[in-house]
Design a protein around this ligand. Structure first.
Ligand code: ADP
Ligand code: 5GP
Length: 184
């Protein structure tokens, strides 16, 4: 069975940036495309960045047991579809999940063999600077995400691997090391 790698941590910490670098360094990895009820940001494409679903579509998939995990985050729902994982795992393809902390806990319960990495910011002010600098969320959304982040940071001790994303190149090196060491 191929490995499942869960990359979690607060919004704006650099998960997406680090995962892009990770996948360039280890091209055998494939990224699970999540489902969400939030709308696409400019430049995001359906089926590539997310499967963008209506509330009704999302809830139907929950009822039909189509999710490995799902969670509410800042007023929206997000989830990992079984269909994104099962074929790859059976075909021996290592899969990366980029998900928030409640989802990571559900994956830990369902698949304790998954390798979980928590990405931490150097500080809360640095996290705010990154969320604002990314320019994708209005000020109210930034504040919602920072409130969630304070809770998420308390979950850090639950994770076997913690990478502080201070200098991007150093954090990427550390993440590559962790994933590479756990590839079959
Ligand atoms: P996430 O996927 O965790 O929400 P992103 O990858 O979108 O976070 O990163 C949020 C913002 O922070 C982006 O603008 C990104 O360029 C920037 N960023 C990522 N890593 C660093 C870093 N180590 N130092 C400074 N800025 C960073
Ligand atoms: P964003 O709206 O910034 O794309 O994502 C918001 C949060 O939802 C991020 O912390 C992201 O990691 C998380 N997320 C994305 N996809 C999933 C998923 O499939 N499941 C869960 N639980 N969280 C997800």
């Amino acid at each position: 069975m191929a490995r499942v790698f869960v990359i979690t941590g607060p919004s704006g910490v650099g998960k997406g940036t680090l995962i892009r670098g990770l996948m360039e360094r280890l091209p055998q990895l494939e990224l699970s495309v999540s489902a969400t009820t939030r709308g696409p940001r400019p430049g995001e494409a359906d089926g590539v960045d997310y499967h963008f679903l209506t509330r009704e579509q999302f809830d139907r998939k929950v009822a039909e047991g189509d999710f490995v995990e799902h969670a509410d985050y800042a007023g929206r729902s997000y989830g990992t579809l079984r269909s994104e994982l099962e074929q790859r795992v059976h075909a021996g393809v290592p899969v990366v999940l980029e998900i928030e902390v409640q989802g990571a806990r559900q994956v830990r319960a369902a698949m304790p063999e998954a390798v979980q990495v928590f990405i931490a910011p150097p500080s809360l002010p640095a996290l705010r600077t990154r969320l604002v600098g990314r320019g994708t969320d209005d000020p109210a959304e930034v504040e919602r995400r920072l409130r969630v982040a304070e809770e998420e940071l308390q979950a850090q001790p639950e994770f076997a691997h913690v990478v502080v994303n201070d200098r991007l190149d150093e954090a990427l090196e550390r993440l590559v090391e962790i994933v590479d060491a756990n590839l079959d």
